[in-house]
Design a protein around this ligand. Structure first.
Ligand SMILES: CC(C)(COP(=O)(O)OP(=O)(O)OC[C@H]1O[C@@H](n2cnc3c(N)ncnc32)[C@H](O)[C@@H]1OP(=O)(O)O)[C@@H](O)C(=O)NCCC(=O)NCCS
Length: 215
């Protein structure tokens, strides 16, 4: 099976949104909103076109990764631009074949080549620790409230960069989109049933979980 990892182009937009909807549907909430996020992200100032990749098999798009600029704020108020990805997804029929890994590895190399010191995301640790991500607490990287959410994950792409300083991460406001627009947007796609699933309960626990420093 040959997988091609290539930049997204404008012919791909709707296909990527369909794929994203298939991958996230009913996983974290009944339905999903990540396909709407893809749709609006591409026009946002923080969107990074050079890191907008798709995975293709036999001419079909089966995976997608999108990046935005984020700001890392040091305890001396120094601002450092870093990057975040999301949505990242692989079509359910093609998961567990290494496609997600290929998308992360391809884009990680580009990030390293551009001397960007880190990739910081909110995600399920299960998906990312195997790629070298650690919780923010291990690099003293907190959210803007000084907390260490379980899902705040850091990959140091410039070894030693985070050092002994304290950092806060300010993600792009692209992720604070208006959810009320999703219902209307979803009408562009084939009808799918919203369901309650236990994965949504796990997700609700994860987003309320925080790590604590012991002195
Ligand atoms: C998360 C996601 C992007 C991962 O993509 P993927 O292509 O399945 O990822 P990979 O195949 O590289 O790795 C997944 C697992 O398959 C395993 N795997 C990879 N290649 C394999 C192969 N050839 N045979 C068997 N297993 C394989 C990996 O070791 C990994 O195992 P683990 O979960 O036990 O650690 C995908 O599952 C997805 O789209 N999920 C829904 C959307 C989502 O949650 N996105 C992330 C938001 S945080």
């Amino acid at each position: 099976m040959d997988i091609t990892i290539r930049l997204e182009n404008d012919q791909d937009y709707f296909k990527v949104e369909e794929l994203t909807r298939e991958a996230f549907w009913n996983l974290y909430i009944p339905g999903c909103d990540e396909h709407y996020l893809c749709h609006i992200l591409r026009d946002h100032n923080d969107f990074i076109r050079e890191l907008d990749y798709v995975a293709e098999i036999d001419g079909n798009i089966v995976g997608s990764i999108m990046y935005t600029k984020s700001m890392l704020i040091g305890d001396d108020q120094e601002n450092v631009e870093i990057v975040s990805f999301g949505p990242l997804c692989v079509h359910p029929d093609y998961q567990r074949m290494g496609i997600g890994t290929a998308l992360i590895e391809k884009t990680k190399k580009i990030v390293q080549g551009r001397n960007i010191p880190g990739i910081i995301i909110y995600g399920d640790p299960h998906n990312y620790c195997k790629h070298g991500f650690k919780n923010g607490i291990d690099y003293n990287v907190s959210n803007m409230d000084g907390e260490f959410p379980l899902g705040l994950l850091v990959l140091e792409t410039l070894p030693g960069f985070f050092g002994n300083r304290n950092w806060k991460i300010k993600q792009s406001d692209a992720y604070n989109f208006d959810n009320s627009k999703v219902v209307e947007f979803d009408k562009k796609f084939k009808k799918k049933e919203k369901k309650v699933k236990y994965s949504q309960e796990l997700f609700k626990m994860q987003v309320r979980a925080y790590l604590k420093k012991f002195s």
